[in-house]
Design a binder for this molecule. Structure first.
Ligand code: S3P
Length: 438
């Protein structure tokens, strides 16, 4: 994917309209992977159009999985012929996970239990990201993983007789939890992950949907090995992390109102709703019939109506961070529209697709913003209106889109270099943005 493109974003008088975000990125990866491990043929609709989820499909093909794709009304429609648990084939070439941390980390867990060697790599950003967080538990289970100083490329030397473990990750991470549980599913015992803080539970819900029993007790999640997955027909709800850009745009620009349809409302992802409300936006949530948003199985979805009512201030505490980890850049953008936000306990932002704390501080300052950077967070004061300027998205999709939302409230235009990175999760983002201008 090319991210050399430059986009100029003009200030907006207001933003209005209806949008349907792309299929949820986290859920898309998981449904494709679980379908590949299932017995039978699964159909997935609403699969994300983003480059990250394409990387997952290409990696699965490299492991012998047959996938038919067509264009559906709300994203991609896939037919995936499952190879059964433990049935992936040794790849003929290196697998390319592109920009996707979720792909490389979850696949490592699955491949740890396949008795062959697989090498996985990615783009410059992915090759700089920490992998010891999955290498340590997977090696404890019996796999051997070669890396370059704890970073990709990774060569996973899997084995069929992996051991079940109990694991307490050092960092709250759904990717780590998922890698360990997926490896555990292919052992003879019960594997348990005890999370330091609750993270998104799409793996637990997704495995349950494919017929696997997953036990949960507060922050403990366990799975017993050997359970087969059964093929399913499933729809992926819209991505609330993509919807967040429109929630913040509507909540930040005077006179705005946006209706966001078909968006996932999983409680482990919906923290953004509470935070934009605390910062002043009016948000109405209308759950679709189907999955009860408070249930712990299935993926709830619904519509959000967000309107401007002034922008205020909030403080984000460390325990809230895992629930809004991907939304912190756009929340910083919201604060630039006359509000204020203080974030701590978010050191994980430094090892995302970019160092999101330093890249945000650099970009917002270039636009005339006031932001203090801390090792584990930031403080944005929106007392003075942004003037706009020249910013670098640093090949990071969420920064490209967060700068665009900040730019709507500036006095002048903002040039975003590397804006094409948005295609990692939301290829249609800049087109949709232009369509929302009043
Ligand atoms: C994801 C988990 C989060 C999130 C990422 C997607 C997932 O990462 O930031 O965008 O799909 O499991 P961590 O597990 O590293 O917190």
């Amino acid at each position: 994917m090319s991210d050399s493109s430059t986009v100029v974003v003009q200030p907006a008088r207001s933003v209005h309209g209806r949008v349907r975000p792309p299929g949820d990125k986290s859920i898309s990866h998981r449904y494709a992977l679980f379908a590949a491990l299932a017995d039978g043929t699964s159909e997935i609709s609403g699969y994300s159009t983003g480059a990250d989820c394409r990387s997952t499909l290409e990696c699965l093909r490299g492991l012998g999985v047959s996938i038919e794709e067509s264009r559906g009304p709300d994203g991609l429609r896939l037919r995936i012929s499952g190879r059964g648990l433990g049935g992936l084939r040794a790849p003929a070439a290196v697998l390319d996970a592109g920009n996707s941390g979720t792909t490389i980390r979850m696949f490592s867990g699955v491949l740890a239990a396949h008795p062959f060697a697989t090498t996985m790599t990615g783009d410059d950003s992915l090759r700089s990201r920490p992998m010891n967080r999955i290498i340590v538990p997977l090696e404890r289970m019996g796999a051997r993983i070669e890396s370059t100083g704890g970073r990709p490329p990774l060569t996973v030397h899997g084995r069929a007789d992996l051991q079940a473990i109990e694991y307490i990750p050092e960092v709250p991470s759904a990717q780590v939890k998922s890698a360990v549980l997926l490896a555990g599913l292919q052992t003879r015992g019960t594997t348990r992950v005890v999370e330091p803080l609750a993270t998104r539970d799409h793996t637990e819900r997704g495995l349950t949907a494919f017929g696997v029993r997953v036990d949960r007790d507060g922050l403990r999640v366990s799975v017993t090995g050997g359970q087969r997955l059964t093929a399913r027909h499933l729809g992926v709800p819209g991505d609330i992390s993509a919807a967040a850009f429109w929630m913040v745009a509507a909540g930040s620009v005077s006179g705005s109102r946006i209706v966001i349809e078909g968006v996932g409302l999983n409680p482990t992802r919906a923290g953004i709703i509470d935070v934009v409300r605390r910062m002043g936006a009016g948000v109405t949530v209308e759950p679709d019939g189907g999955v009860d948003p408070s249930a712990s199985v299935g993926e709830p979805a619904g519509s959000l109506t967000v309107e401007y009512r002034g922008v205020g201030s909030t403080v984000i505490t460390p325990d809230e961070v895992p629930g809004i980890i991907d939304e912190l850049p756009v929340l910083a953008a919201m604060a630039t529209h006359g509000g204020e936000i203080q974030v701590s306990g978010a050191q994980e932002l430094r090892v995302k697709e970019s160092d999101r704390i330093s890249a945000l501080a650099d970009g917002l300052r270039r636009m005339g913003g006031e932001i203090d950077e801390q090792p584990d967070g930031f403080h944005v004061r929106g007392r003075v209106r942004l003037r706009g300027g020249d910013v670098d998205a640093r090949h990071d999709h969420r920064l490209a889109m967060a700068f665009a939302v900040a730019a709507l409230g500036a006095t002048g235009p903002t040039t975003i270099h590397g804006a094409g990175a948005a295609a990692v999760s939301y290829p249609e983002f800049f087109r949709v943005l232009e369509g929302l201008r009043a």
